[in-house]
Design a binder for this molecule. Structure first.
Ligand code: ZN
Length: 345
């Protein structure tokens, strides 16, 4: 950004974290004078949350429900001027689709997460998978985020812990952003970087409370995910939340038939990239261990050769994004030595 340039920030304007919030969703829809809403959801999320919203709304506003089965089907059905608001009720893939449908129709999006497994809850970023590449693209920032803890706490524990891995990733992502800024002169926002970094630190500090499965721990994850999403809104890109560790996680997804969860891949990759950054990788690994998340390649279900290949290919996953992987040239032997030193293999 130049002195006379500008930097636009997109932020959600209403965030609520609480319990039994179906009535709040309807209240917010009525307050916004929406007449016809499109709910995009999945069968489980509908059972847990979507159906209560439909019951509560009682036709005011009108609610059409689309189950996430085939993405193309949803994009086809969702391309309509009949709706004036989209509700994304579910997990990461539901939210990705809801963002794109809101973007196509240029209408607001309510983000109503039912799992705390990813940082897309409050961010404008959506995952794109194309031509063997998986990366994030800027789409619609949710205008309202309604996080119902009474639903989110019912999600399989593995998903909740996966969210922690996606948050620990920020520990390495902000360092990559700074490196990119130094190397290419790209925009770097100190405040957004600190905010994203904070969301990784809070997980490190709260690992024990989270592992004990207290509601307070799950709530901390949800709030950190929202805060990380907001840091992307401030930055105007996924830069503060996604660096070399995400490139590695995306490449692993591409190389493996049945990949582990996004946050699980991110967590393990962050140990490796934190080592490359010369930062405290032990803290990251210890948090993963305390949380009960995969903290080695074998726990992740990824073999050494696949990981070596992922490190080799990761920079080309997104060539426009400079990270520590562009700065170090790692031989196979060196990668294996690092895996040994960090206890990853
Ligand atoms: Zn992520």
């Amino acid at each position: 950004m130049t002195v006379d340039g500008y930097h636009a920030m997109e932020l959600p304007h209403y965030i609520i974290v609480g319990s039994n919030l179906a009535h709040k969703v309807v209240e917010r829809l009525r307050l916004g004078s929406y007449r016809k809403a499109l709910m995009i959801t999945s069968p489980t999320a509908y059972k847990l949350m979507g159906s209560s919203i439909v019951d509560e709304a009682c036709g005011k506003p009108e609610l059409d429900v689309l189950m996430r089965d085939a993405d193309e089907h949803i994009l086809e059905e969702g391309r309509s001027s009949r709706f004036d608001v989209v509700l994304g009720v579910g997990g990461g893939r539901v939210m990705d689709l809801a963002k794109v449908v809101a973007e196509i129709n240029k209408i607001p999006l309510f983000s109503i997460p039912t799992v705390a497994s990813h940082d897309g809850i409050a961010s404008p970023m959506t995952s794109v998978r194309t031509g063997g590449r998986a990366y994030s693209r800027k789409s619609t920032m949710p205008s309202e985020i309604i996080a119902d803890m009474s639903v989110i706490r019912l999600a399989p524990w593995r998903y909740t812990i996966s969210g922690c891995g996606d948050l620990l990733a920020k520990y390495s992502a902000v360092r990559d952003w700074w490196l990119g800024h130094k190397a290419t002169g790209e925009y770097y926002g100190r405040y957004a970087a600190h905010l994203a970094h904070l969301s990784s630190r809070v997980i490190m500090k709260s690992s024990k409370i989270i592992a004990a499965r207290h509601l307070e721990g799950v709530r901390t994850i949800v709030e950190a995910l929202i805060s990380a999403g907001v840091s992307m809104g401030i930055a105007g890109s996924s830069r503060p939340c996604s660096g070399s560790e995400h490139l590695l996680a995306h490449t692993m997804e591409y190389l493996i038939d049945k990949p582990p969860l996004h946050g699980e891949r991110c967590g393990v990759a962050t140990v490796f990239t934190s080592y490359l950054h010369g930062s405290n990788w032990r803290k990251v690994r210890n948090s993963l261990k305390i949380l009960g998340a995969p903290s080695t390649l074998s726990e992740l279900g990824v073999d050494v050769e696949t990981f070596v290949e992922a490190v080799r290919r990761a920079p080309s996953m997104r060539p426009d994004r400079f990270t520590i992987l562009n700065q170090v040239n790692l031989s196979r032997e060196r990668i294996i030595t690092i895996l040994g030193e960090t206890g990853l293999a």
